[in-house]
Every structure is written in structure tokens, then in C-alpha cells.
Design a binder for this molecule. Sequence first.
Ligand code: ADP
Ligand code: MG
Length: 689
Amino acid sequence: KASVMDGDNFDYEEMEDSLEKSRAKSALEALKEERRKLPIYPYREELLQAISDHQVLVIVGETGSGKTTQIPQYLHEAGYAKRGMIACIQPRCVAAMSVAARVSQEMGVKLGQEVGYSIRFEDCTSEKTILKYMTDGMLLRELLGEPDLASYSVVMVDEAHERTLSTDILFALVKDIAQFHPDLKVLISSATLDAEKFSDYFDSATIFKIPGRRYPVEINFIKAPQADYLDAAIATSLQIHVTQPPGDILVFLTGQEEIETAEEILKHRTRGLGTKIAELIICPVYANLPTDLQAKIFEPTPEGARKVVLATNIAETSLTIDGIKYVIDPGFCEMKSYNPRTGSETLLVTPISKASALQRAGRSGRTGPGKCFRLYTAYSFHNEMDDNTVPEIQRTNLANLVLTLKSLGIHDLVHFDFMDNPPSEAIISALELLYALCALNNSGQLTKVGRRMAEFPVDPMLSKMIVASEKYKCSDEIISIAAMLSVGNSIFYCPKDKQVHADNARMNFHTGNVGDHIALLKVYNSWKETNYSTQWCYENYIQVRSMKWARDVLDQLAGLLERVEIELTSNPGNLDAIKKSIASGFFPHFALQQKDRSYKTFKHLETVNIHPSSGLAQVLPSWVVYHELVFTTKKYVRQVTEFKLEWLKEIAPHYYQRKDAMRVLWAADQLRLADVMSLLRLAADGTLL
Ligand code: ADP
Ligand code: MG
């Protein structure tokens, strides 16, 4: 017995519904139209033919030509998905997520259904998924469970020129799998023209070139070197904004922190420009960018306004932002560097290579003639920059890689088919570390501990810490700490005008000088007690989104713990147990204090300082274990916890030897008497080997 009202309602909803549908339909039509305009589109048939003719194909095309978004769709339209999923492998999480989102729109499906993505700690796929965008690291992990990649019909290793560690390893593994899996298609796609190298590696695979459309780019160098590139980049952006015709600006910076600083300064300075000057929309782009901000990058710039994109290397080739006419290139990027002797890995701001500089400049000439402002001299470009970026495999800690290869059953690392060989010292020190962590036995085979460690998608020292928590019955606390550590250094924030309040709030978690790890645990647990309250985060100057991320990571770690059959146990009152678990993974990062407030690392006698953000920066305990080393103005250690010398025997009797204790005594002339005594005692009573 429907009343008139009901009827009205019904009609109204139906109308809304069909309006909505037709809106969606026309949006889809518009996207289809856009797809047809991409440089790759005219080559669709030819490309599909080449893929059908060859098992391995190297595809080269200018950034923005449509490789990442279109090729998987073409393959799907050609029926490849019937035989298995189509994987598109990306070196960066943000790229995998953002491209998957775009492709799902183009196909008119919901993200996570037919089109999904899988990145570390987040799986946005379902049984329906046929196009899967995933990071190189994730495919490596999947290989552990499915060594023949049977559920895939095509693996497209995208952004091959990035040469990340995981991509390099995938090359070798995929090449091998292709030999006994003739139905698997392997595509290697890259933005640079140096495709011969890939082709050679894949036994002279055919190269398919997608001709780009490129407009001329005017290159400007500066006359004399700049003291502060950030300042110069901001000044240049404003100058372009005020003096140059419409067109968006892309500025390459090195990391999140720098981007946030630049954003703040730009906002401040544009406020003073007055109403005669057009609006400047600022868009940050970096690795951990929250999803809601990711969408903003691609929104078209409104009429009369100008967009300035502040991006890391990610905008070099991984993401294409339309409408860029001006590029500002300060000539730096943040890069990992590794010292195999000390085992320390640091992020350093490093000059880019010529190849990078060319890619960056190219971003301005995609849709029309562009301009690139290089904040370095022509002399530096020609004489000081390397031709190409050194592949990651030659400048990183290989412990994680060696552990993964060992769990895949690959033991002969010397004869492994690397595209570029890693330095042999790096392999040796990786083996040494894994042995010290008890992941390998003395004949180099994976132990039970090692097998368990390999299940966790984190670095070996961290996974060892997790596995060791079983013994100390505090796995619950330890995975919370591990989750918080994996969020990075974006838990606390400190608004400039509320610095004192923010500092006080932060130091509250350090009551009792518990150390940074346990402080992180307290932060997490307090948040949990408020039932994950956002308000609580605001009050304590804590980033909600970092906390949510930590919660997701924690869920995953809890699942993995179950998989390796470690019981979830809590031992909250026993801080020593928690510290011992941490030290069980991080004992190679063991340092002792000197009179001048600096520290010396026990194994390699490097001089380091506790980072000012640490809760122990003023406390300076004699012995500490640290999470990571960063190199800014000095060598700083971050996330620090106090450690007792007596624990060494229990935790790492095989790692530190009497000679290490003696060397420390010898080298560290600044030691306090009490420490000299404990070291002598340690060396004398046979605690150490
Ligand atoms: P390639 O992989 O060859 O560099 P892509 O397939 O990534 O090229 O990009 C093709 C086009 O799709 C570009 O014009 C780019 O701007 C657009 N595009 C890619 N991702 C997105 C996104 N998330 N939102 C909007 N447009 C996008
Ligand atoms: Mg791409």
C-alpha cells in the first residue's frame, strides 16, 4: 500500500540514480577519449602482435606515453587475463596505488575488484582481480609461496630503468621462470633509451619502441653555484609564477621533510603577493603521501590559477602529471648509501646523474614547449655528474636480499645471474650479519630462525627482533614497536608556534627514561586505550594517519606471527625483556658513550651522536642499542634504547669477541672509569669468546 509520498520518493531516487549513471557514463566516455589520445594508442595492435610473437619483450617509451596504464588493459582486452592475472610491477608504492586507481576509473570498476594493487602491508585485491599493480618487493614475496608464478599470464616489470634491488632480482628470477613456463609473457618496460642492456640480459630480446611526442625544452643553467638550493628553488618558482605565461611548475626536491618546509615557505610568501597575482596551488608528492592528497595531484588546475608540484624523484618517471610547463631541477636526490665495512646504511642527499637530469627536463615538454631551470652550472652538469645512477644493488645492504634468495632455495650467490654484480664485500657482510643473527648456520644454510625471519617483510634485524620476542614472552609489545618503527619518523609533529607544548607532550611518553622504543610502545598503547581516538592524537601532537598506518602494519605482523607459530604474549611490566628482544636483533648497533657526549659503535668504532629528537638525547646512558644511523650535519643515531653490558653474553656471544672489547678500550680514550672496568671484566671473565 504505497502512499503518494512513497511513490514520489521512489521516482526521485530513480531519477537521481539514472542521472548518476549517465554522469558516470559520460565520465567513462571522456576517459576513453583520453586513452585514445595517448602516444601508445596508435601502436596498440603492433604491440599486441609483438607480445604474441615473443615470450620476452623489452618496451621503451617516453614517460607519459601510456605504458603503465594502457599495456595491462590492452592485454586484458586481448584476452590474456583468461589464463591468469596480469601483473604490473612498480618500484614505488605510491605509483602502484595511484596507477591502479586511475586504471580502475578508466575501466569503470571499483578499485580492489578487477583492478587492484598490492604493496607492503596493504593488499587491495580480491578474487576478481585480473590486473594487479604491485611493488617489486611484493612479487618477490609472492615467489616464496608460488615459485613458478602459476597464477600469472603476464608479468610486466615496469620502470626497469630504476634498477631497484628487488627489480634487479626479479629480472633474474623471471628470466629463469620463463624458461620452464613457456606460457608466461614477460615484458620489461623502461623510460630510457638504454634498452640494449635489458635486451642483452634477456638473451637478445626484441625491443619495441614507442615513439614519443616531445616538444622542445629550453634548458637554463645558473651562472654560479648556489649556496642553498631549496631557497633558490622557491625563489625560482615564485619568479616563474609572477613573470611567466600560464603552465604548471614541477620542482624536484629530495624528501618529505624538505617538501613540507618548501610548502610552508611558499604559502607564507604567496600570501604577500596581493590579489593581482594568480592563485598558486601547492601540491606535495612523496613516498608516504596520504591517499586523499594523492588524488589532488592529478586534479586539473582551475582556469587562471597555477599549480606548483613539489615532488621527489617519484615524478621523474613513475608518475606523470599533465600540464607541466616549467621544471625546476636543483640537481639533488636522496639516495641510500652503504658501507659494507661498517654495515651502516645511510640516506644521503646526493647529486643526480645526467640521465636523471635529462628525464627531469623532459617532464616540461610533454604537452607543449617547456622550460627547465637547472639550479646548477653547465660546468657541473658536464664535468661532475655521473652519466647514470648506480643501481641500488651496488649501494645497499644485501642482508634482506640474501635471506630472500636463501629461502627461495638459491644458495650459489657467486654464480647468480645478476644484471650488474653486487660488490662481493657486500655479499660477505650480508652473510656475516645473517650468521650473527642465527638466520644461517655455519655452512650457510637457513636455520629455523632464518626461515621464520624470512616470513616478515622487514629488514633482518627487525625480523630477528620479532622472532626473538618469543623467548622473552613479549611478542605483543615487540610487534607494536616494530609497527611503529616501520612508520618512520612521522609519528610526532611539531607546529612552529606550539613547539613547547608539542615537546612536552612528546616527553610525557619518555617518563622514566625508558628509551625511544618503549616510548613508541607507550604511544601506541595509549592510543589503543582511547579506542583509537583522533582527538587524543591532536591533543598529543601525534599524526593520526601515521598511527592508523601503524595499526594496519600491526595487524599484518600479528597475522605473520601466527603463520610462523609464535604465540602472541604480553609481558608489559618487564621492560628488560622487551629491551633484550630489541637487542637480540639490533646488537650490531651497539654503542657506548664517551666523555664528550658522543658514542662509539662497539664493532666498528664509528663516532656517532644521539639524535636530538631522542628521549635519551639529554640522558646519555653508557650503553645503547640504536635502530638507525642518519647522516645530516653529523652522524646521528635514531630510536635509541639503553642496554646493559651484561646482556651481551646472553644475546650475542658469537658476535662480539674479546678483541672487540680490547679494541674499544684501546680506541676509546674518552671512556669513563666505570666503563673501562666493566669492559675489562667482560674481557677477562670469558663472557665474550
Ligand atoms: P607511462 O607509464 O608511459 O609513463 P602512464 O601510463 O603512467 O605513462 O600515463 C599515461 C597518462 O595517464 C598520462 O597522461 C598521465 O597523466 C595519466 N595518468 C596516470 N596516472 C594517473 C592518475 N592517477 N590520475 C590521472 N591521470 C593519470
Ligand atoms: Mg609508467
